[in-house]
Design a protein around this ligand. Sequence first.
Ligand SMILES: NC(=O)c1ccc[n+]([C@@H]2O[C@H](COP(=O)([O-])OP(=O)(O)OC[C@H]3O[C@@H](n4cnc5c(N)ncnc54)[C@H](OP(=O)(O)O)[C@@H]3O)[C@@H](O)[C@H]2O)c1
Length: 247
Amino acid sequence: MRIAVVGGTGFVGSRLVARLGATGCEVSAHGRSTGLDLLTGEGLRQAVDGAGVVVDTIDAPSFDAAAAPFFRTTTQNLLAAAEAAGVGHVVLLSIVGIDRVPDADYYRAKVLQEDLVKAGPVPYSIVRATQFMEFIAGIMDWTTEGKAVHLPTTPLQPIAADEVVDTLAEVATGTSLNGTLDIAGPEAVPLDELGRATLRARPDGRRVVVDPSAGLFAAVPGDALTAPSGARLARTRYADWLDRPGA
Ligand SMILES: NC(=O)c1ccc[n+]([C@@H]2O[C@H](COP(=O)([O-])OP(=O)(O)OC[C@H]3O[C@@H](n4cnc5c(N)ncnc54)[C@H](OP(=O)(O)O)[C@@H]3O)[C@@H](O)[C@H]2O)c1
């Protein structure tokens, strides 16, 4: 049974494709660079025909209001093609807590994507992950001014991408949950502290300045993005991840 990963050319998707391949699964990777366009439907039949499972790890080109029509069209196209091809299980990668941040365009768009999958014609599983450890440095770059990294104290509970992939691979090779599984790193840490830990491990002359209005995470109320009760907690702490060669 083949597992088709749409978004399988992206950051998480390519890691999932490698993981499934290494464990002997028949797996295929699809994205714009392989000739699949989920907005137009080009290459979609070829991607899903003969697949028993489809994993969706695609992402929108921007975090603004354009994300909603992107996820609406791509998800509707994917579900229709999956149903027509007799796919038995659709797995969607989403984000912990998105329904608790209604003011964020991108998170509203991800909720819409989840709702389409839940209401859709194919048995499904939704895996909601917290922010990837690999992206903390990028979050810091968004709000760097000169030598100051402006960060709010918003608590995040980052997870190593490899541990997200572990769960996605397990879910994709299992029975559909027809529900949602939350996964998170082992500890919630304020974003400004994650920034200081990053600069301790990789000093580059910048320093963290607490700024309650800085960046996308400033709008997050309380601990909305941390693990809800019942979430599966991964093992790797951010400080240990930073110590890994090549992290
Ligand atoms: N960043 C986080 O911390 C975090 C946490 C939890 C969940 N997530 C979720 O994880 C998912 C994957 O994120 P990522 O960082 O791995 O994304 P990414 O690296 O940007 O990869 C996006 C993928 O989507 C494909 N794609 C984009 N537009 C497409 C289209 N019109 N038709 C077909 N394929 C298209 C890309 O294909 P090409 O590259 O071939 O063009 C690529 O394979 C996202 O949905 C995100 O919400 C992210």
